[in-house]
Design a protein around this ligand. Structure first.
Ligand code: SF4
Length: 366
């Protein structure tokens, strides 16, 4: 099995651990890849589900790591390949000047990405009718694993330490959506400015499309190097069903904001997350991705992972065959548009740990 195939299989089916304490602790709840563990396959580090319903039934079993740090992955007793777990980051052992554990301010994603959810609350999460059904932003807050609002000073302090102690290479700043027309862009501005004043670290900001496109310039000026505005789903019916609140921001608004953002950040430095497996067909995702590529937006397509405690916890994850049939042509489309995970300055598309997409990019066929 090739590395890309093993990554695709593990990400869609999850894995069971013979030694559940192996490696860096897994993330539970929050935004981004929750209920996952970071593992390295060959040279690529990816996030693999471990606490989800499909993972409990996964045929992939990870044996305890040997003295060389490598752990064997088996399927029905047959060896499939070897993986490695990244070490616990050193910055987790510290507290901010105001006494908060650094790990409650930001966490390590994959092996060299610092990730934070600046506002751990969201106008869309507070109502059952409006919440995005895949989201668990309130769970880690309720469990006391994070704090509601990370101040610019706290983010700057933790980012500096994560660079110095653990060599992180870029930072992802996401946020729940606050009330107000900036839709999260204002907290990106103040947070990025503080981090950039403390340390030279490429930053990806993530927010909903701000009402006024002037915010793209403000974010860029403050130190945001790349921007993510996440469609999540591409078909109007799927958007309305899966994320009734967020779907009120129209696809037209997203595309208007994408075009304006590309003018500011450059081709390939604006991206969008698309969750495959929630009802969008392969053709619909590829068609929207073709349009995104045309205007210079990187379509970061990831397999949907059902998170425990969310309304979609029992929703099946997409099959590995479906993902491969999507990611293979998509990776070529992205390269043909002059974009790549490698050339993104910061963020999810660069990290690539939630999808096998960048691994397919490396297998360029033409
Ligand atoms: S792709 Fe994004 S959300 Fe996933 S691990 Fe990397 S930085 Fe985190």
């Amino acid at each position: 099995m090739s590395d890309a195939e093993l990554i695709n299989e593990l990400q869609t089916r999850g894995m069971r651990l013979v030694d559940p304490t192996a490696g860096l602790e897994s993330r539970r709840g929050g935004a981004g890849p929750t209920d996952h563990k970071a593992v390295t396959v060959g040279e690529t580090t990816v996030m693999v589900p471990v606490h989800t319903a499909p993972a409990f039934d996964s045929p992939y079993v990870v044996q305890a790591p040997g003295s060389d740090g490598l752990a064997e992955v088996t399927k029905s007793g047959e060896p499939m390949g070897k993986i490695r777990f990244p070490n616990r980051p050193k910055f987790y052992d510290h507290k901010t000047a105001d006494g908060i554990e650094y790990s409650k301010i930001a966490t390590l994603h994959s092996r060299d990405v610092l990730a934070t959810t600046v506002l751990q609350t969201c106008i869309r999460y507070e109502s059952r009718k409006k919440t995005c059904k895949f989201c668990s932003i309130g769970q880690s807050l309720a469990a006391g694993r994070t704090i509601a609002h990370k101040t610019p000073q706290q983010l700057a302090e933790v980012a500096k330490a994560a660079v110095e102690l653990d060599g992180v290479r870029h930072m992802v700043m996401t946020t729940g959506t606050p009330a107000g027309k900036d839709r999260g862009a204002a907290v990106m501005v103040e947070s990025a400015a503080a981090v950039k004043a403390a340390v030279d670290l490429p930053i990806q900001g993530q927010c909903e499309p701000p009402e006024d496109n002037i915010w793209h310039e403000r974010m860029h000026k403050a130190g945001v190097d790349a921007l993510g505005m996440h469609l999540e789903s591409v078909t109007p019916e799927v958007r309305a069903r899966i994320m009734p609140g967020k779907a009120q921001v129209s696809l037209e608004k997203y595309f208007d904001s994408f075009r304006a953002a590309v003018q500011v950040f450059g081709r390939g430095q604006v991206s969008t997350y698309i969750l495959a497996g929630l009802g969008d067909t392969r053709e619909a995702i590829l068609e929207t991705s073709a349009e995104l590529c045309r205007i210079g937006v990187y379509p970061f397509v990831v397999p949907f992972v059902p998170v425990s405690g969310t309304p979609l916890e029992s929703h099946p994850a997409p099959g590995s065959g479906f993902m491969a049939s999507l990611l293979r042509p998509l990776s070529q489309m992205i390269l043909n548009a002059g974009m790549s995970a490698e050339t993104v300055k910061a963020g999810c598309a660069k990290c690539g740990a939630c999808s096998a997409l960048s691994t397919y990019e490396k297998q360029r066929v033409s």
